[in-house]
Design a protein. Structure first.
Length: 161
């Protein structure tokens, strides 16, 4: 079931995100987030920046969010997309369902025009996933992040609604 996130979901969301911080390159965060950090993150999302979760058997196993792209006012019609799935539930179609749901919300929001995803260039699965939903690769920035003892490139994907 997909629904809007509530504060009670934050322990699950935090666990999913922290797993990626510690073991993956989908985020360039280096230190695990505390529940207090995630509460602030949750509170920073509003009407134009929803957070949705995928729940199965009473447990949140994935989430998607639209976040402000940049703090300058001219960027208000753009949002940055994030999707994270618990490691035990990856490859089961949950990401696609979350993507469909978050893009539907974005299209219904007349204040949003552009959705942007910043992806680690080596994550070819995520790149193909975004392309499947109509995102266009807008370019690569080389060696912009440093994680796990190596420099990483990022690619930016964009979907104009």
């Amino acid at each position: 079931m997909i629904r809007f996130a509530v504060k009670e979901d934050l322990p699950f969301i935090t666990e999913i995100y922290n797993e990626e911080i510690l073991k993956g390159t989908a985020t360039f965060d280096l230190e695990p987030k505390s529940l207090e950090d995630r509460i602030q993150w949750f509170n920073d999302h509003g009407e134009n920046h929803p957070i949705i979760v995928y729940e199965t058997e009473g447990q949140v196993v994935g989430y998607a969010s639209l976040s402000p792209y940049r703090p300058k006012k001219a960027y208000d019609s753009s949002a940055e997309l994030s999707i994270y799935i618990h490691k035990d539930y990856q490859g089961k179609g949950i990401g696609s369902k979350l993507m469909e749901a978050i893009l539907k919300l974005a299209r219904e929001n007349k204040k949003l025009h552009t959705i942007i995803s910043v992806i680690t260039a080596e994550n070819k699965v995520s790149c193909r996933f975004h392309e499947k939903f109509g995102f266009t690769n807008c370019g690569c920035i080389r060696e912009v992040g440093y994680k796990f003892g190596r420099f990483l490139d990022i690619v930016t994907y964009q979907l104009i609604l």
